[in-house]
Every structure is written in structure tokens, then in C-alpha cells.
Design a protein around this ligand. Structure first.
Ligand SMILES: CC(C)(COP(=O)(O)OP(=O)(O)OC[C@H]1O[C@@H](n2cnc3c(N)ncnc32)[C@H](O)[C@@H]1OP(=O)(O)O)[C@@H](O)C(=O)NCCC(=O)NCCS
Length: 360
């Protein structure tokens, strides 16, 4: 099976926007390296919010939530746990599973839209706690797709020869910006962090292809309206509950299916494989009906699909690395396995990454 880019002649059917992004892959040039996942870790909020808890808070029912979302319960950070605490916990576990010390890290990227504070970044806080003195650290915001944006960034920086070892973390405490009076959003989200250690590897292993996409026409449909420079925090913004997530769920749903299918199609094409070649598919866990619709359209079977939404809810940027860690710890992955990860989130920001498991 050829894993080299087959970009020439590749024509993803669904989106001309994706076509433009499917350019010649720099890592296919001679002498340029790839990056492989050599360790994973997860750390979710220590509290748990069940559907029956939510029944006490808003006009909803366990049956409605199960049927419409697939979620039964979700981890929630305790009042002492900030995003960096979850990120740090996941990072420690990922480093341990990689058999690597923090001193070996050159780069830390934290994907989050719920940082401890607007600045400094969660990355800097995690760098200090880990004692990763050599590492450059920063945050990146691509909402629920943040982990794939971070992974792709780290892969390219390693591929370019700038760094050797990177920690990529997806970490969120969405409960802090969720309105527990709004039944259309509060049933969905949980808190957690997942991390991977990414290390330089020969071409053909590790990340094989990535397709990221942005469609800014999605900005109005999913956002936290206040607390930034457009609407700074004020008594009015707090009274109007403008610091909470506002979402038009059906708009997200429709675009999520389309966006994940188009980027998955392009990423598979770029990797020179089809969905039948995949050992595992890890979709962002936002809604079981979105996951099923994407899987159906791509011809992905239940055996290939990782679903953990029942117990996680939507962990935003943490969703995929938490699920990946679960698969690793369950012994589901073997050297050479091909994994497809895909996510969609606010912006719209979305994408898909094909990963060949194993370090060499
Ligand atoms: C939010 C979501 C679960 C709603 O499911 P849906 O099937 O689209 O439901 P609708 O919005 O059409 O609402 C149907 C009805 O259920 C009601 N409803 C909404 N939330 C409810 C809840 N928690 N409990 C009970 N009823 C609810 C609505 O008010 C509506 O009632 P109406 O028909 O009387 O107006 C779904 O749209 C979704 O998951 N979207 C994607 C969200 C997402 O992933 N966001 C994160 C970005 S990655």
C-alpha cells in the first residue's frame, strides 16, 4: 500500500475549499522527516455530571439526551481544577507512556478555548509545572478541532527539522463557559485533557497526511460572545449571560457532517488509502448521530469506529486525544495500524489526520 502523497489528480468531491488546501505535501520531499506518536495520556475532570443530575437543573430528560446525543454522563472539573491542571495531568501520563522526561521536550502546544486566564498561555503554565525548560510553549485556538490543528503544527515543525520532541495537548474546561440554564447546550459538554508525545520519525510512519480547513461563515453560529475585545466583561455582559456558549445546534450538526466527510475524504486520498484500509477511526465525540452520519457516508463500519461519547460527552479539543489514549490503553493499536482522526468545531474549524501507528 503506497502511503506517499497522491495529490496529483486528487479531487475531493465535496468541497473546492478543501481542494485548495490539498497541496503538495512538504514531507514527501527527500530528506524531510515525519513525526510519530510515542506516548499518550489523558486526565479528565474529577467530578461527574449525569443525565439525571441535568434533569434537576433544566427541562430535559435522560431519554431525550441519550437519544439525541448518545451521552449518559460527562466528567466535570472540580472547582479547584483549571484547564492547566487537567493538561498537566495528561502531559505527565503521556511523558510516562513515552518513557521520556520533560527535559527532552522542545515544543509544547496546548489546544484550548478555555484557558486558565486570557494570558499567559496554558502552555507556559504547563511548561513551568513540568520543568520542561528547553521547550517553547504556546496555545492554539481551533475549538473542537484544536487537537488536530496542534498535531499538524507540531508534525510540520518537527518535519522541517526545527524540533525533535513535542507535546501536543488538547485541554478544556467547557463547564466554566456552559450555561446550566440553557438545555440546548448544557447537556453536551464535559471537561478533560488528552496529550500525545510526538517525536521525529522516518517518512511513512506517524502522521501520514493532514487536511485542515476553515470556513469563517460559521462564526455566528457557535461562540462565546463576551469577554473578549468586542464585548469586554461588564455588569451588562454578565447579567445577559453573554459569557456562556451560544450555539445553533442544527447549523453545527449539518456543517459538521459535511466538513468532516470532505476533509476525511481528502486526507485519505492524500495518504493514498481508502476507508477500508483503516484499523481505527476516532471522530470528535460531539453527538452520536453526527458520528454515525459521518461513518455512513465514508463507508466506515462499527468495528473500525471508536465511540466513547456515552461517558465523556463533548470534551472539545480534548475529545480525540482522550479517545486515542483509551484505545492505546485497551491494547487496540498495533504497529502499522492506520488511524483516521477527524473533528469539527466553532469557526468553522475542521480537519482530518491519518496516522500510522508505531515509531519506526
Ligand atoms: C444540540 C443538538 C443535540 C440538538 O438536537 P436536535 O435533534 O438538533 O434538536 P433540535 O435543536 O431540533 O430541537 C428539537 C426540540 O428539542 C428541544 N430540546 C433541545 N434541547 C433539549 C434538551 N436538552 N432536552 C429536551 N429537549 C430539548 C428543542 O427545544 C426543540 O423543541 P421544539 O421542537 O419544541 O422547538 C444537536 O443539534 C447537536 O448535537 N448539534 C451539534 C452540536 C455540537 O456538536 N456542538 C459542539 C461543536 S463540536
Amino acid at each position: 500500500m503506497a502511503l506517499a502523497s497522491t495529490t496529483a489528480g486528487a479531487k475531493p468531491a465535496e468541497s473546492s475549499k478543501v481542494l485548495r488546501l490539498t497541496q503538495v505535501d512538504p514531507r514527501t520531499q527527500p530528506g524531510v522527516r515525519s513525526a510519530a506518536v510515542i506516548g499518550t495520556g489523558a486526565f479528565v475532570g474529577s467530578g461527574r455530571l449525569t443525565n439525571s443530575d441535568l434533569e434537576q437543573m433544566v427541562d430535559t430528560s435522560d431519554a431525550w439526551i441519550r437519544e439525541r446525543t448518545g451521552i449518559l454522563s460527562r466528567p466535570i472539573a472540580t472547582s479547584e481544577q483549571a484547564t492547566s491542571d487537567l493538561a498537566y495531568g495528561a502531559a505527565v501520563r503521556a511523558l510516562s507512556s513515552a518513557g521520556m522526561s520533560a527535559a527532552d521536550l522542545d515544543l509544547i502546544i496546548v489546544a484550548t478555548v478555555t484557558p486558565d486566564m486570557p494570558f499567559p498561555s496554558v502552555g507556559t503554565i504547563v511548561q513551568e509545572r513540568l520543568g520542561a525548560r528547553r521547550a517553547v510553549a504556546f496555545d492554539l485556538a481551533a475549538a473542537c478541532a484544536g487537537f488536530l490543528f496542534g498535531l499538524t503544527t507540531a508534525w510540520n515543525l518537527i518535519g522541517a527539522g526545527m524540533y525533535q520532541n513535542a507535546l501536543v495537548i488538547g485541554a478544556e474546561t467547557l463547564s466554566r463557559i456552559t450555561d446550566y440554564r440553557d438545555r440546548t447546550t448544557c447537556v453536551l459538554f464535559g471537561d478533560g485533557a488528552g496529550a500525545v508525545v510526538l517525536s521525529a520519525a522516518p517518512r511513512g510512519v506517524g502522521v501520514v497526511s493532514s487536511v485542515l480547513a476553515t470556513d469563517g461563515s460559521g462564526v455566528p453560529f457557535l461562540q462565546q460572545p463576551a469577554g473578549g475585545s468586542r464585548r469586554p466583561a461588564s455588569i451588562e455582559t454578565v447579567t445577559q449571560r453573554q459569557h456562556y456558549i451560544k450555539m445553533l445546534g442544527q447549523e453545527v450538526f449539518r456543517n459538521a457532517v459535511r466538513g468532516m466527510v470532505s476533509t476525511c475524504t481528502a486526507a485519505l486520498d492524500k495518504a493514498g488509502i481508502t476507508s477500508a484500509d483503516l484499523n481505527l477511526v476516532i471522530p470528535h465525540q460531539a453527538n452520536i448521530r453526527i458520528i454515525r452520519a459521518v461513518a455512513d457516508r465514508l463507508g466506515i463500519s462499527d468495528d473500525q469506529l471508536l465511540v466513547n461519547i456515552e461517558e465523556t460527552g463533548n470534551l472539545s479539543a480534548a475529545s480525540i486525544p482522550v479517545a486515542l489514549d483509551q484505545a492505546v490503553r485497551a491494547g487496540q493499536l498495533h504497529d502499522g495500524d492506520l488511524i483516521l482522526m477527524t473533528a469539527f468545531g466553532a469557526g468553522w474549524s475542521y480537519g482530518a489526520v491519518v496516522l500510522r501507528w508505531g515509531a519506526a
